[in-house]
Design a protein around this ligand. Structure first.
Ligand code: PLP
Length: 398
């Protein structure tokens, strides 16, 4: 596939707007919509319950989608649980692992987490009398690895994002996972901003639990997410939701849960969503993760270079190797929302605000940023148009 031309052809919206809000959610290529259309038009039925052929077909496609996800992250079929999104996946981990903690146990995370990888641990710590500790890091988002080593020693659980949605920094998840495993700590990875943008391999990352959303990097629909559960935890992790589909046997006075992954998916799942997610992953694989990463890095390089030329301050790592496809910046004295509104007038879609990472904003002493974030279908021409609008904006400010 030619990058980005051929991908742009599959996404009609790319010819109408400049979409730089990929961190929030990505645009949807036609093959993903077609796969979901096929389900709704040709074999719309519930899974796992029916003998009739539509239900058999829906079940087959739903489980085939699980296999696609499992291969994508190098997991086993039964280790992949479909959820609603990253937030739900991370909440499930905190709830399902609650009983392993004793008062005084430590959970270690970073100051850069999205609220969805912070609040569940804060609540768990409060409920169980745990200590929540944060690995030190600088204003660019770089973690202090020697502090990580100290803090992870003796920790019960370590939860880290792969890539920061606020600063675009790629964290050393592999190294942190190795440290966590050496200490016998449970290692949780928030892969919301890496899955679909770069390789995510649960084995290489030493992940015990890993969460991501279908609607971001993998170009799938909204409402479908993934929770990877390392099979070693099948009997430790207590499913927070139980009921239909999760049982082997039930009496009026009790139940026996069935095997994973069904044990962890109560009720009718998002069947069309799972099928759409698998179509998104197939699409990503057809392009190739290396090409995606290369394109995003090219766009980031030109964006930060252009912002530097204009004297616009941006946040995030100065080391280009650690910088994923997200650029956060500000145009003082303008409020980030005003900058986003001006860009919208030129059909450039960016995000503004605290990006669900208020501790990051507080650390930097700002109330928010403007954030341009890329996917493989974005082009260098779009970045040049964006920089042109920024230049004009600065001229008008004088
Ligand atoms: C790093 C990170 N974690 C978690 C989330 C939450 O994802 P979702 O809203 O799909 O649950 C996001 C969303 O932007 C994110 O960037």
């Amino acid at each position: 596939m030619r990058i980005p031309e051929d991908v742009r052809k599959d996404i009609p919206l790319t010819s109408e707007v400049i979409y730089f809000d990929n961190t929030a959610t990505s645009l949807t290529p036609k093959p993903v919509i077609e796969a979901m259309d096929e389900y709704y038009l040709k074999y719309r039925a519930n899974v796992h319950r029916g003998v009739h052929r539509l239900s058999q077909m829906a079940t087959h496609r739903y489980e085939e989608s699980r296999k696609v996800v499992a291969d994508f992250i190098n997991a086993k079929f039964e280790e992949v649980v479909f959820t609603k999104n990253t937030s739900e996946s991370l909440n499930l981990v905190a709830l399902g692992m609650e009983n392993i903690f004793k008062p005084g146990d430590r959970i270690v995370t970073t100051p850069y987490e999205h609220h969805s990888d912070l609040l569940p641990w804060q609540r768990l710590a409060k409920r169980k009398g745990l200590r929540l500790e944060f690995i030190e890091g600088d204003d660019e988002g770089n973690l202090d690895l020697s502090d990580a080593e100290k803090k992870i020693k003796g920790a019960k659980l370590v939860a880290v994002q792969h890539v920061s949605n606020a600063l675009g920094v790629i964290h050393e998840v592999e190294e942190l996972g190795k440290l966590a495993k050496e200490e016998g700590a449970i290692f949780v990875v928030d892969a919301a901003q890496s899955a679909g943008h770069m390789e995510v391999d649960v084995k290489k990352l030493h992940a015990d639990f890993l969460a991501f959303s279908g609607h971001k990097g993998p170009m799938g629909p909204t409402g479908i997410g993934v929770l990877y559960i390392n099979e070693e935890f099948f009997d430790v992790f207590e499913p927070p939701l139980i009921g239909g589909g999760t049982i082997k046997d039930v009496d009026l006075d009790g139940y026996r849960l069935t095997e994973p992954p069904e044990r962890f998916e109560a009720g009718t799942p998002n069947i069309g969503g799972a099928i759409g997610l698998a179509a998104g992953i197939r699409y990503i694989k057809r392009i190739g993760l290396e090409k995606i990463e290369r394109q995003e890095r090219k766009l980031v390089r030109r964006t930060v270079e252009g912002l530097d030329e204009l004297g616009i301050p941006w946040y995030g790592p100065r080391n280009p190797k650690k910088h994923a496809g997200v650029v956060s910046f500000n145009v003082p004295p303008l409020h980030p929302h005003d900058v986003a509104a001006i860009l919208d007038e030129r059909s450039i879609m960016v995000r503004s605000g605290h990006h669900c990472a208020l501790p990051v904003m507080k650390k930097l002493g700002i109330n928010g940023t403007v954030r341009a974030s890329f996917h493989v279908y974005n082009s260098l021409e779009e970045v040049e148009t964006f920089l042109g609008v920024m230049e004009e904006l600065l001229r008008n400010l004088k």
